[in-house]
Ligand binder design. Structure first.
Ligand code: HEC
Length: 148
């Protein structure tokens, strides 16, 4: 009897666990965008650091994509549901003005990178400073608002 009860309990726990990995939950939607931002910015950074061959066309497209992505995570930060866990610190909701400010700073940095990447011919040297500014904008927000 006790064994059967334990088995039922285990199934219940597993089912609850499944609910929490809903791919359309706000935390999963924003994480998917953040991951895409990371992949895109790493490709751009890699081209400037010589890890990947510099390709002006691909850089321009990546910069456009990054600027579009940079505007998307913020709509997926509704107040967390009871018991919901993520790596976003409570400060995201407690200091919303500061969080929004850092989001705008990232958008300004990706817009500047995008602008610079429309000049032809593209020169890696001229893209380094705007790329650094993008990476700094990521780090600045993570330092204040993300659990590590
Ligand atoms: C305004 C704040 C802010 C900015 C700017 C920001 N992030 Fe984040 N990022 C967060 C927060 C908050 C989380 C935690 C999200 C969660 O766990 O729900 C996060 C999570 C992530 C994650 C982890 C996603 C996962 O699967 O758990 C990656 C990767 C990431 N960010 C990349 C970036 C990159 C790359 C940039 C810059 C191009 C960037 N972020 C800019 C706030 C920010």
């Amino acid at each position: 009897m006790y064994k059967r009860f334990t088995a039922v309990l285990c199934v219940a726990v597993v089912l609850c666990g499944c609910e929490r990995v809903d791919p359309d939950s706000p935390s999963n939607l924003r994480k998917a965008i953040f991951k895409d931002m990371l992949r895109t910015s790493e490709r751009l950074g890699g081209m400037l650091r010589g890890r990947v061959a510099f390709d002006g066309q691909a850089f321009g497209e990546g910069a456009t994509r990054l600027d579009t992505l940079a505007r998307q995570p913020w709509q997926h930060f509704p107040p967390p549901a009871e018991g919901e866990r993520s790596n976003a610190q409570p400060a995201v909701w407690q200091r919303q003005a500061r969080f929004a400010d850092l989001a705008r700073q990232l958008e300004a940095a990706t817009a500047a990178l995008h602008g610079q990447s429309q000049h032809r011919p593209l020169r890696a040297g001229e893209l380094q400073a705007p790329m650094d500014a993008v990476e700094q904008a990521c780090t600045a927000c993570h330092r204040e608002f993300r659990n590590h």
